[in-house]
Design a protein around this ligand. Structure first.
Ligand code: CP
Length: 335
């Protein structure tokens, strides 16, 4: 595998391989000296056309922990604001010798365009494109579930383990969520059972073809399914253009939304004791998730951010130094 563009491209062997490698990377991060020499001399470019806190900082940290040189490019303050195209931006990066380009773009499909274009020789990693995909978010979510729910609680854990039998409920603005799309595909590949819950206005056309159940009613799903993990999605106000057919949606009434789809103390009490609460961030506290739920002992939201570094180290390592096709144990090369 040369690029990471979509969780649709990951079979179970490859996905588990990335999670196992992330566990090995995480084990190295508890040492006094966290830095590994693995990508010395390589250059990773973070190409962000859309705002990000977690993903951008996490990729930068991951690349630096592997000793790569990192170039951070943000559209704001660059020649993109003067009208420079993706092609010319990519050719500029190629001229600087990038080995990997981590791209976030507001247009769904931009990473695929870059990977297929021949404008760059480097590996392309999708860090979120429009409403389409966010594969490293789904991988860090799966990694977090595995640590808490599938016997991988000590870091390295059960190598080779998938998420068979886990019940995951994903709640909220599915229409605009690349996190939901990436998670549904990856979780199914890993054997989990997924239910989406959303108001009818925030469910995408064609969701019947997704490998999951869909419900419009949160309380019965929580009560009857007793999920192992509940993932709350951000209400993406900035993508709600109210455009009608094919585009956008109107911003929901916040009080009605919270009453129908917000996770609060009452709904937390419907969950089994072992269930974890997840959110990719950034959160709208008081809208899709209450402060009680976000700060509860069962919330793993901050840990998701920590795990993102190990998962992105694994992805960079496997794309630039490892060989995803070989399926060799890399422990001796990273520990
Ligand atoms: N989860 C996530 O993608 O967060 P950022 O937008 O802050 O990167």
């Amino acid at each position: 595998m040369r690029h990471l563009l979509s969780t649709a491209d990951l079979d179970v062997t490859t996905a588990v391989r990335i999670l196992d490698t992330a566990a090995q990377m995480a084990a190295t991060q508890s040492r006094e000296i966290k830095k590994l020499p693995t990508l010395r001399g390589r250059t990773v470019v973070n190409l962000f056309f859309e705002d990000s806190t977690r993903t951008r900082i996490s990729f930068e940290t991951a690349a630096k922990r592997l000793s790569a040189d990192v170039i951070n490019f943000s559209a704001k303050g660059s020649s993109v604001s003067k009208g420079e195209s993706l092609k010319d931006t990519a050719l500029t990066l190629q001229a600087m010798g990038a080995d990997a380009v981590v791209i976030r773009h507001q247009a769904s499909g931009a990473p695929h365009t870059l990977a297929a274009s021949g404008w760059v020789d480097s590996s392309v990693i999708n860090a979120g494109d429009g409403t389409h995909q966010h594969p490293t978010q789904a991988l860090l979510d799966a990694y977090t579930m595995r640590r808490h729910l599938a016997g991988d609680a000590v870091g390295v854990g059960d190598v080779g383990r998938d998420l068979s039998g886990l019940r995951v409920v994903i709640v909220g603005d599915v229409l605009h969520s690349r996190v939901a799309r990436s998670n549904v595909l990856l979780l199914r590949t890993l054997g989990a059972d997924v239910t989406l819950v959303a108001p009818p206005t925030l469910v995408p056309v064609g969701v019947e073809a997704w490998p999951c159940r869909v419900s419009y009613d949160l309380d019965p799903v929580l009560r009857d399914q007793q999920p192992d993990a509940v993932m709350m999605l951000r209400v993406q106000r900035e993508r709600m253009t109210g455009g009608g057919s094919g585009g956008g949606a109107f911003f929901p009434n916040p009080v009605e939304y919270t009453r129908g789809y917000g996770l609060d103390r009452r709904r937390l009490a419907l969950l089994p004791d072992h269930a974890i609460v997840m959110h990719p961030g950034p959160m709208n506290r008081g809208l899709e998730i209450s402060a009680d739920a976000a700060d509860s002992p069962r919330a793993v939201i901050v840990e998701q951010v920590t795990n993102g570094v190990a998962v992105r180290m694994a992805v960079l390592y496997l794309l630039l130094a490892g060989d995803l096709a070989e399926q060799k144990n890399v422990e001796e090369r990273v520990v």
